[in-house]
Design a protein around this ligand. Structure first.
Ligand SMILES: N[C@@H](CCC(=O)N[C@@H](CS)C(=O)NCC(=O)O)C(=O)O
Length: 220
């Protein structure tokens, strides 16, 4: 078998959606770990049957391993990749960051959705923005003391949380820029300015069966 074909056959498959914050953090962990996979960009309103067959709950990201195992929670994909190769030691302060990730994925995400999509939720966006901002203050307090959420180096929590803070900031950038969250803004700018994030955010054509496959390692 030619080497490219062999690499494809042995590569995990990642179903992903560029703008999904869960998929962003999974792509970043896979990229930093250097574990290659075929990346299949999907659209949420028209999910491929192959993805739903692998993971009937049908959320992205989904990682299908060559032995058929399926990992369909973004944090599990991150931990799976970093357990294999963690060159920047993102897992070093993982325990400290656990509660931060729980608060992000739970209450912060709840209020973010109701701020960003008030029509969808019938919600008062300003009220939810206020509660989310209180939650962000806890991050600001940490980042006022250390460069990263769990100390002096970037960790799993920074990468897991950043895409959601980015989404929050983007709803009304002018308003966000005026909040007393300078350390958080600096942290966000640092993370979104990395080559790693740029690679994770490359635009890809929507995957269809028979498409020429794209490897994560091809994203430059
Ligand atoms: N807990 C899941 C959540 C993933 C999730 O909710 N992804 C959204 C996109 S951002 C999704 O696929 N939603 C399904 C849909 O909109 O049909 C994870 O961490 O992977």
């Amino acid at each position: 078998m030619p080497s490219f074909a062999r690499a494809m056959a042995e590569a995990p498959i990642l179903y992903s959606f560029r703008r999904c914050p869960y998929a962003m953090r999974a792509r970043m962990a896979l990229l930093v770990s250097g574990i290659d996979c075929e990346i299949r960009e999907i659209v949420l309103r028209d999910k491929p049957a192959e993805m739903i067959a692998a993971s009937p709950k049908a959320t992205v990201p989904v990682l299908v391993l060559p032995d058929g195992r399926v990992i369909d929670e973004s944090l599990d994909i991150m931990r799976w990749a970093l357990a294999r190769n963690d060159p920047e030691q993102w897992l070093a302060d993982a325990a400290d960051g656990e509660a931060l990730i729980v608060a992000n994925d739970g209450p912060f995400k709840h209020h973010l959705d109701r701020y960003k999509y008030p029509d969808r939720h019938g919600s008062d966006p300003i009220m939810h923005r206020g509660v989310a901002t209180v939650l962000l203050k806890a991050l600001e307090t940490r980042l006022d003391m250390t460069a990263w959420l769990c100390g002096d180096s970037c960790s799993l929590a920074d990468i897991a949380i950043m895409p959601f803070v980015r989404q929050f900031a983007a709803v009304d950038p002018a308003w966000f820029g005026l909040q007393p969250l300078p350390a958080l803004r600096g942290w966000l700018a640092r993370l979104t300015g990395t080559p790693l994030f740029a690679r994770a955010m490359r635009r890809l054509p929507i995957w269809q069966p028979g498409n020429c496959p794209t490897l994560l390692s091809e994203l430059r």
